[in-house]
Design a protein around this ligand. Sequence first.
Ligand code: ATP
Length: 316
Amino acid sequence: RPALVTLGETMAVLACPEVGLLRQQRGLDLRVAGAESTVAIGAARLGLPSAWLGRVGADEFGELIRQTLAGAGVDVSGVGTDATAPTGLMIKERRTAEVTRVSYRRAGSAGSQLCQEDVDPELVAGAAVLHVSGITPALSESAREAVRAAVRMANHAGVPVAVDINHRETLWSAAHAVADYRWLVEHAQIVFATETEAGLLVDDADTMDSSGLARALGELGPGEVLLKRGARGATACVAGETYEAPRYQVRALDPVGAGDGFAAGYLAERVRGGSIADRLRIAAAVGAFAVTVAGDWEGLPTRAELDLLTSPDVAR
Ligand code: ATP
């Protein structure tokens, strides 16, 4: 049965292959994206049985999501089909060679209709870790209740809860979101955040270095904080001790998905019983793999592929 259980919204992506406006494209790439399902794919690639819970529409995009996740080895037996709402869409334009513009058709989507009844208590209680993100409570009141119900089930069953803050300005303002983030952080054992996201929760964050910020976030409750710093690496605070993740050097093509890959690597190695150093090494390697390709999850590595990356910080 799945060791990692996650829930959220997965969308179909219409991605422009050429630089320029969507209307000038000759064709679009059809892909699949969702923060939490990317974590499930990443963990599954590393060999950890993983499940994603969510809703898709009764349409071709929904079938695409279901088949893509199943094909990547993710358990989709808990995925519901919404009879009335369509699968959400993400539109990705390469507005310039450097700037990607993302827009959504996701208000009222099937994924946002997620509710408490979609969360199987046995699946959650039988997991080794539950992973949720701060995106889901932004989608709807019922999606927020679904996340809280899943977290409470895990807390009750003694299953560690991992939260990625994953602030999305296009969905809600930080001022609006912060109470939900605080609730999640206070109910989680493991928190993933960028420095900006940590700054939403910690007073005087701009006076702190990354170790201080990770420690301050940990003081809100979670025993494990992973502060992600893009190509500059990551800082962890575990039981009050701080650690630096190694930095891998890769050519970054698309930064999106690095955070989800990092979470997948960390959680997969944590469930395996790996040391903090090993968790950080694998998390950083998976995050680095994620930025090397255009899609969010397509470039995520198997365990055997992890050694393909070299780092000035890591002895091979
Ligand atoms: P996302 O864009 O998916 O939301 P994020 O902001 O949550 O990402 P990042 O800090 O960008 O998270 O990336 C997570 C981790 O992935 C980093 O801490 C680092 O270990 C690794 N990583 C990210 N970008 C790079 C890069 N350009 N080169 C090497 N490693 C990277």
